[in-house]
Structure formats: structure tokens, C-alpha cells
Design a protein around this ligand. Structure first.
Ligand SMILES: [Fe+2]
Length: 319
């Protein structure tokens, strides 16, 4: 019997200081759509079928509250739960029915060795309609987590959850759970925290239209537009009002399991066009690097002038 594995990325869940201000950004500017709200929580969908691709919960401090994955069915959820316990993972309860307002389904929550909050679920309600608007995100396609214990974390994703290694660089490890080149990457550094999340656009025209909407609303492109080495995806990075980094991306490499071979850090270090295959994008802005470290969302204010994000902080405080 083949063992159960994670087969997709559903959504990310963020603690935000001002729920309404964050929901306004993610619906009016980022292009998601509210599907459910209760008390301090709002769920938003993309144009694809997933019930929601982002959950916002009002909290005293901005923080990563969850990265949520899919399993093919309830039996797989049960098997992964058993494996997680046997692995010695910090498992938060038995698999159970999930809240109906969040699409229902069946799943359980747990933490990585470093403490990152994850969950796995099956049978979550899907939308029958797919919205035709290429300027808006279809789905959450990857999350990048900062880690101070990267080999332990990557082994956890591969050995327990069934992820496969797609690429290694000196900075990052990329792992996949479906045909997308990576659904998760781990960045070497201080952790645990959220480095960034990436939402898929239908095509490059849609990515440019979405990026234009961000610019028109006063959000700088902090890195891009460019095309990455690992994953070959087109990218455009922004800092959102809580200080998290969020990316529009498209054309991520689709992996053929029969022939794919992961490249090494040495391969990527020698790759001729870095950090952008087109030679278009230069290095990320200093302030997006600061935000990717997780420090901006955590409320740290940099002393170095070039790292200041006063416009982001102003939006957060509603000045
Ligand atoms: Fe990314």
C-alpha cells in the first residue's frame, strides 16, 4: 500500500492587527473575494475552486497562524495523523470535522519541529464556479518559511508529509507536493517566521495587470517583475499593510516526476542570469529583505534609513 501524502496547498492564515483594513487590502487591492466572516475572522477566495485561499484573524500582533494543506480523502488524513504521532510531531488533537463556515471538511492541526503551525484536511467544500478575471489570483501556490533549523524542517516535510525535493540553493530548499515545482520553500535564517506567500496569476498579462493595480494603490514593486531561476516562475513582490511579503507569480515550472532531477546549490550559484533569468529584475529592495526576515510584521523598526517602511506602517496604523 502506498502511504498517504499531502497533495496540495490550500490557504494561509494570518493574525492581523486591523481586520477591516487588511480585508480591504486583500479584496480591493490584492484581488481576493470575501466568502465568509464570523466575529474576528474573514475568509477570502481566489478565482479558482478552493473554498478560501486566505484567512485573516484579528490579533494583537501580526503573525503566521497556519499553513493549510490538502490530502486526497479522509483515510489519508487519518493515516497522516497516525504517521505524525509516530514521528513524534506536536499534533494538536484528533482528526475532526472542521467549521462549516470555513468550508467544512475533516482534518487536524500540528506543528513542525521548529513550531510552524500547519494543518491537513480533506473534503473541504470547493466552489463550482471559476471566476474569469486574469488580473486576480487563482490560488495560493507557495509559501516560504524562514528557518533556523532547515534540515530538520525539510526532513519533516519530506519524510512525514511526502514532499519531494525540487531544488537547493545556498539560501533555500524547495519542495513540492503536486506538479508545481514548489509549494513550500525554506529559507535559511532566523526562524520560525513567514518569509513570503505567493498567489498564482493565470498568465503574465494577468500578473502585470495585478501589479499595476498595486502600483495605482500606492504599493511599490519591491522585487521584480522578473523570472526566477529555481521554478522558472515570473514574480512580482510587495509588502502588504501588516508587513508581510506577498507575491504574484505565474508560469511556475510543472514537474514531470518521471524525469525531474533536483539541481544543487553549486548549479544555481553558477547559473548565468541571477537573480532573474530575463536580466530584468535586480536584487530585492533592502526593505523587502527586511520584511522577508519576518521582522517588519513582528513590529521591529529598523534603524537603517534604507530599511524603513514608513508607508507600510502608516497604512497599518491608519494615519
Ligand atoms: Fe516566491
Amino acid at each position: 500500500m502506498s502511504y498517504a501524502r499531502v497533495t496540495g496547498l490550500r490557504s494561509v492564515e494570518l493574525g492581523v492587527v486591523d481586520l477591516n483594513r487588511s480585508a480591504e487590502f486583500y479584496s480591493q487591492v490584492w484581488g481576493l473575494q470575501e466568502v465568509a466572516s464570523t466575529g474576528d475572522t474573514i475568509h477570502l477566495r481566489g478565482t479558482g475552486s478552493e473554498h478560501h485561499v486566505l484567512t485573516l484573524r484579528e490579533r494583537p500582533k501580526a503573525s503566521l497562524l497556519g499553513v493549510h494543506f490538502a490530502a486526497p480523502n479522509r483515510e489519508a488524513v487519518g493515516q497522516l495523523h497516525e504517521r505524525a504521532k509516530a514521528y513524534g510531531a506536536n499534533v494538536l488533537g484528533e482528526p475532526a470535522a472542521l467549521p462549516v463556515d470555513a468550508g467544512g471538511g475533516f482534518g487536524f492541526a500540528f506543528r513542525t519541529p521548529e513550531g510552524q503551525p500547519l494543518s491537513i484536511s480533506a473534503d473541504v467544500k470547493q466552489h463550482p464556479d471559476v471566476v474569469r478575471d486574469r488580473s486576480r489570483p487563482t490560488k495560493l501556490t507557495h509559501v516560504v518559511l524562514n528557518s533556523a533549523r532547515i534540515s530538520e524542517e525539510i526532513n519533516f516535510f519530506m519524510d512525514l508529509l511526502g514532499f519531494r525535493l525540487s531544488d537547493s540553493t545556498h539560501m533555500m530548499e524547495f519542495v513540492r507536493c503536486c506538479s508545481d515545482h514548489h509549494s513550500v520553500a525554506m529559507a535559511r535564517g532566523n526562524g520560525p517566521s513567514l518569509n513570503h506567500m505567493a498567489y498564482e496569476m493565470q498568465n503574465i498579462d494577468g500578473l502585470m495587470r495585478g501589479s499595476g493595480r498595486l502600483k495605482q494603490n500606492g504599493f511599490n514593486i519591491e522585487w521584480g517583475v522578473g523570472r526566477h531561476g529555481p521554478g522558472n516562475n515570473v514574480f512580482s513582490y510587495f509588502i502588504e499593510p501588516n508587513g508581510f511579503v506577498t507575491e504574484y507569480t505565474t508560469e511556475v515550472e510543472q514537474v514531470d516526476e518521471a524525469v525531474y532531477v533536483a539541481n544543487t546549490p553549486e548549479y544555481w550559484a553558477a547559473y548565468p542570469m541571477r537573480p532573474c533569468r530575463w536580466g530584468m529584475a535586480t536584487q530585492p529592495s533592502n526593505r523587502v529583505k527586511f520584511a522577508m526576515s519576518g521582522k517588519l510584521a513582528a513590529g521591529e523598526e529598523p534603524e537603517d534609513e534604507s530599511l524603513r517602511c514608513d508607508d507600510v506602517i502608516a497604512r497599518r496604523l491608519g494615519r
